[in-house]
Unconditional design. Sequence first.
Length: 248
Amino acid sequence: MTSQLYAICFNATEPAALARFWSGVLGWEPAGGPGDGVALLPPDGAGFRIRFLPSPVPKTGQNRAHFDLTSASPQEQRRTVARALEFGGSHIDVGQLPEQGHVVLADPDGNEFCVIEAGNKFLAGTGSIGALACDGTQEVGYFWSEALRWPLVWDQDQETAIQSPAGGTKITWGGPPLARKTGPNRLYVELEIPVGADREAELGRLVSLGATRTDSGAGDGGHDGVLMLDPDGNEFRVRGARAQVSRA
């Protein structure tokens, strides 16, 4: 059985503080459970969670991935920006043009994100997190489409995007050139192997699709799981299935 998207993880200097920021911006509730660290659950309980994990490594360059937040109206875009600033976010310049409608911000740990203007048709119906927008090659888009068995919803001019058959947040890759990697990615994907699935067979499937396994994977796939790299060298982890955690 195919691994499922379990979480988008942030390596954070202060995980609890960063979780409070994103909880305030998104309105997602905290979740707790053994080995789960600081996490947020989406309002409907479906889809992925966001996890915040401690890291002593400071941010040294622009992230290869960021959230694109959606807006239903110009007023909602302004409210989202105001809420982010209230909780400790800041305006940043990453080369955006004045005529572009999205607003570029950073969270308190320096992670970039965008608040997209109303009327963006590509992100229509995706939810509050419209996309995890990534630097990435066409090859890596194809890899993740096969890895998650999510169909391609965009494949043009080396740009790709995938989306779960159930809808929700898209994952997009903008094609080359890629941002220079300055260390472990601060945002990364965590997969979960379904209950009853053959763990080694699934890890082997990911390798056959182009992933690289970077550790022995000894043990039972605890909360850190197995560290792997996708074809662009981005870290992701594969964990064993766990019981549902309760809302805090």
